[in-house]
Design a protein around this ligand. Structure first.
Ligand SMILES: [Mn+2]
Length: 315
C-alpha cells in the first residue's frame, strides 16, 4: 500500500524496535540512507539496528556509524523492518532471518516490486537519501552532522556528485541544507574517489576487453570468470565506458561463477531499466542491472541482443 511521507514518519514513530536493511551489493545510497535514518531514530530513543546481507565497502568507513552495520546471521524479531533503496527482492538472508510485525519500504526505483505492506515510492527523487531528507523535514527532525554526512553521501553518490540527469533543484537544495549542517563535501568526495594501485591496474586490464557494437552506440566491458576473480572490485569501470563519444548504452558484464553473471548498464537515451527488467533485474532509466544465471558467453549474447532490440525500438 502506498502511503504519504507523513504516514511514513508516523509508522516509524509507532515502532520501538526497528531493523533497517537495504539491497545486497550496497552502494552509497543504500548505506548512506540507512545510516542517516538510523541516527535520527536513535536520537528519538528507538532501538535501531542495520542488517545488510553483504560486505560493506571499506570506502564508506568514513561515515559515522559504519561499524554498526551488521550482517544477518541469526533470527531477529522487531516491530518494524525498514527496507531502503530496493523493493523486497534483493535482501538476501534478511527476509528469512528478520521476523517483523510489519514492513515499511522507502525507495526511488521505478521498478519497485510493490510487495511491502507500507510503501513510500518517489521515482522522481535522485536517491533514497533524498527522500530520507524530505522525511526529516516533514517530521521536523534536525540534521545532526552524523546524519547529514550519511545522507549527503547517499545523495551525492546516486547523482554522480550532482552531474547526472536525476539531479533536480530539490536534490541541490536538500544537499545545501546538509552542507549548512556542517558536511564537508571535499572530505567525502576525496575519500570516495581514492583507489588502490591494484584497482587502477584492474581497470586498465578491464578496459582492454572493451568492445564497440551497434555502430558505436553500445560499448561494453566483458570480464570472464578468470578476469573477474583477479579483481577486487569493478567499481567505476562502467563510468569510463559511458563517456565514449557516441555511446548510448554502456554495459559491464562480469562472470562471478560458471553460470552466474552480473550486468550493469548506463545509458544516454535508451531506457535501460526496461532491458534490466526483461532480463529479471531492475533499476532506473539511466542506470540498471541484472543477474544472468548462465555461462559467460551465453550471458554476453543474451545481454547484447536485448540491448540491440531496445536500441532498435528507440530509433
Ligand atoms: Mn539509490
Amino acid at each position: 500500500m502506498h502511503i504519504s511521507l507523513r504516514d511514513t514518519g508516523n509508522c516509524l514513530l509507532r515502532a520501538q524496535k526497528i531493523v533497517i536493511t537495504a539491497h545486497i551489493n550496497p552502494d552509497g545510497d543504500a548505506i548512506g540512507s540507512s545510516l542517516g535514518l538510523m541516527h535520527a531514530l536513535q536520537y528519538l530513543g528507538k532501538d535501531v539496528s542495520i542488517l545488510i546481507d553483504d560486505d560493506i565497502p571499506v570506502t564508506f568507513s568514513i561515515l559515522p556509524g559504519y561499524e554498526l552495520i551488521e550482517k544477518p546471521v541469526k533470527p531477529v524479531s522487531c516491530d518494524l523492518l525498514v527496507v531502503l533503496d530496493t523493493g523486497l527482492e534483493r535482501l538476501g538472508q534478511v527476509r528469512e532471518l528478520v521476523e517483523s510485525k510489519s514492513i515499511l519500504n522507502i525507495d526511488h526505483h521505478i521498478s519497485n516490486d510493490n510487495a511491502a505492506e507500507f510503501l513510500y515510492l518517489d521515482a522522481e527523487r535522485a536517491a533514497t537519501a533524498e527522500i530520507i531528507c524530505q522525511l526529516f523535514k516533514e517530521m521536523g527532525w534536525g540534521f545532526s552532522l552524523q546524519a547529514a554526512t550519511a545522507l549527503y553521501t547517499g545523495i551525492a553518490t546516486d547523482c554522480g556528485f550532482f552531474r547526472y540527469s536525476n539531479t533536480t533543484p530539490s536534490t541541490m537544495c536538500l544537499a545545501a541544507e546538509l552542507l549548512a549542517a556542517g558536511v564537508k563535501p571535499n572530505v567525502i568526495s576525496e575519500a570516495l574517489e581514492r583507489k588502490s594501485y591494484a584497482h587502477v591496474q584492474s581497470m586498465a586490464t578491464a578496459m582492454q576487453t572493451i568492445e564497440l557494437l551497434d555502430n558505436g552506440r553500445v560499448a561494453g566491458v566483458f570480464l570472464n570468470q578468470e578476469l573477474t576473480a583477479s579483481m577486487e572490485s569493478t567499481e567505476g569501470f562502467i563510468d569510463v565506458v559511458r563517456t565514449i563519444n557516441g555511446v548510448d548504452v554502456a554495459v559491464l558484464l562480469k562472470c562471478i561463477e560458471e553460470k552466474l553473471c552480473r550486468v550493469s548498464m548506463r545509458s544516454r537515451y535508451t531506457d535501460v531499466s526496461k532491458i534490466a527488467v526483461s532480463l529479471g533485474g531492475g533499476g532506473h532509466i539511466r542506470a540498471a542491472g541484472c543477474t544472468l544465471r548462465m555461462p559467460f558467453l551465453t550471458a554476453k549474447q543474451t545481454l547484447l541482443s536485448a540491448v540491440s532490440r531496445a536500441i532498435g525500438e528507440n530509433r
